[in-house]
Design a protein around this ligand. Structure first.
Ligand SMILES: Nc1ncnc2c1ncn2[C@@H]1O[C@H](COP(=O)(O)OP(=O)(O)OP(=O)(O)O)[C@@H](O)[C@H]1O
Ligand SMILES: [Mg+2]
Length: 533
């Protein structure tokens, strides 16, 4: 321990020369015996009194000639036990591979200045573990409470990760990871934090009902898509309109699209009846027969049965800073989802442009459904506008996906703050533009990350240096838990009311089907009959 600027620092070792170190790219640190260090941890090397080089640990290796293969083999043959790992031996030591990421001047606990690396860190400098307010300063997390999003802790420590809402929310956020890695859970944490600050409102597209309970707990609102929530016709794009219409002949399609375009250009709300009337006018202008116009109108009239197109909602009344609105999308078809998410994002963006609604966060799970990689199909249009223009109007998108390789790469790169959970190597390749200053060693660790731990990256304003985060616990209910198989089966059997027809003793045969006795055969028959009924 050492006292620097009124703070107690834990010494970990000293900078050593050799293997290209020290340089501006790599600094080797010989660790003191017994010191443990993790990849991603931050240290500081004392270059001068009150002046430090900041080092980020990439890797560490043990040098131990006593346990090289030939020595270990020899000892095994002559039956001598191997050296205990804790033994302090003269030629055994651990070297940490670190990289310089900045410089610090510390003149007191509240007098810390940070800058980029300018000075070579000489061999021999004593190295300390970095923690507390100084670490927060280095990472850009010394944020006042009225703008702090407390996401979790630096992995392996109790150091809080507090993002600056004023910097993070005006830009888009990406959350990626394999299934079950903790993406939706983190989205819940972010939502809790945004609601607490009462700056942005949040609209969440909820596919699986993950946020129904949380909405209640956050004093928010659940809207059932297709029932309490419909979208206005004018916010649909042409490909979306076509995707929900029955198949049409080319001429019929031209009539519909031309009429739709003309109504949209008027920049007013319009109904399906307005479109039908407009089609009469356009059809005649295009020289179509009455029969053709009638056929086209019949197709369009079928939209009156659509669950999702309607009068929309008064967002101006519904949204206020800190309000959480959860859109329950369970039961919608794929094309209904596309239309709903596309039209809603456009409507909210338009309302933001006119400052009708407060700053807004629009969260979309399964984002690969809305910004597919290939520029084909109706889905392409869905979120592009919101992504490209949203950041100029305090319209923040949170895109969540388990399959970044299915998302348009340009869109991924437009996001600013990225949370990367455990991900397969092929999926990692698809997001190679988002690792910011994370070294290769960090990226190699991503497939092995435990649930609830992610790599966070960003820009100078949001996340100054890439590092690992353990996401904090939620205080609202997370509805995305994997079902307990045993409980689900018991409930199913209970509901059925009787013992199952195949519920005999395990005999190595399909129980009941090849019943040895009359009872089993009867049960099998009974089962089939019930199935056929
Ligand atoms: N930070 C965390 N703290 C505690 N538990 C967590 C954390 N993150 C995730 N979990 C647990 O892991 C489970 C799966 O997390 P989550 O539902 O967020 O996965 P997901 O990445 O959204 O998966 P999917 O892609 O299948 O939707 C949760 O039910 C929760 O119990
Ligand atoms: Mg999920």
């Amino acid at each position: 321990m050492s006292d620097i600027g009124g703070i107690r620092w834990e010494r970990v070792g000293q900078v050593v020369a050799g293997q290209g170190s020290p340089s501006f790219l790599e600094v080797l640190v010989l660790l003191d015996p017994g010191v443990e260090i993790r990849p991603g941890e931050y240290c500081m090397a004392e270059i001068d009194h009150g002046f430090y080089g900041i080092l980020r640990v990439r890797n560490a290796i043990e040098v131990n000639p006593y346990e090289n293969p030939s020595h270990a083999h020899l000892r095994r043959i002559i039956n001598i036990p191997h050296m205990s790992p804790g033994t302090n031996l003269p030629r055994r030591y651990v070297v940490a591979y670190t990289e310089p990421v900045g410089e610090l001047r510390i003149e007191g606990p509240d007098n810390v200045t940070y800058g980029p690396p300018q000075k070579l860190i000489p061999a021999g400098c004593v190295v300390y573990k970095m923690s507390g307010s100084v670490l927060a300063k280095v990472l850009g997390y010394s944020v006042p409470d009225d703008r702090a999003l407390h996401i979790g802790y630096l992995y392996g420590t109790n150091e809080p990760v507090k993002l600056n809402a004023f910097e993070v929310l005006p830009r888009h956020i990406l959350i990626v990871g394999t299934t079950g890695s903790g993406k939706t859970y983190l989205l819940g944490v972010i939502v809790e934090e945004i609601c607490k600050l009462k700056l942005f409102s949040v609209v969440n597209i909820d596919f699986h009902g993950d946020f129904i309970k949380a909405a209640g707990e956050l004093d928010g609102i659940n809207l059932k898509a297709g029932k309490e929530l419909t979208v206005r016709f004018r916010y649909l794009e042409e490909p979306e309109l076509l995707s929900i219409l029955p198949y049409m002949h080319e001429l019929h399609r031209d009539i519909v699209l031309e009429a739709f375009r003309e109504l949209k250009e008027a920049d007013r709300d319009f109904s399906i009846d307005d479109l039908l009337r407009k089609m009469d006018e356009v059809g005649r202008r295009l020289g179509a027969s009455d029969h053709s116009i009638h056929l086209a109108k019949t197709r369009v009239a079928s939209l009156k049965r659509s669950r999702i197109i309607g009068r929309g909602i008064d967002w101006e009344k519904m949204l206020e800073p800190g309000k959480f609105v959860n859109i329950d999308c369970r039961g919608l078809t794929h094309s209904e989802l596309q239309v709903l998410v596309g039209a809603l994002s456009r409507e909210l963006l338009a309302l933001r442009r006119e400052s009708v609604i407060p700053p807004i966060v629009f969260a979309v799970d399964e984002a690969h459904l809305f910004i597919p990689r290939k520029e084909e199909g109706a889905g392409v249009q869905v979120l592009r506008e919101a992504i490209l223009f949203g950041r100029h109007y305090l319209f923040c998108l949170i895109l969540v996906t388990q399959s970044p390789m299915d998302i348009d790469g340009r869109i991924i790169r437009i996001t600013n703050t990225r949370f990367i959970f455990a991900l397969e190597p092929d999926q990692l390749a698809a997001i190679k533009g988002v690792f910011a200053d994370a070294p290769k060693e960090f990226i190699d660790m991503i497939p092995k990350l435990e649930r609830g731990v992610c790599l966070i990256t960003g820009s100078r304003e949001t996340v100054r240096h890439a590092h690992f985060v353990k996401v904090r616990e939620r205080y609202t209910t997370h509805g995305g838990a994997t079902p307990d198989v045993k409980a689900v089966v018991s409930r199913w059997l209970e509901r059925r009311g009787t013992r199952g027809p195949y519920n005999g003793e395990a005999t190595g045969k399909l129980s009941g089907m090849h019943g040895e006795n009359k009872d089993d055969k009867r049960r099998y028959r009974y089962g089939i009959e019930r199935f056929l009924r």
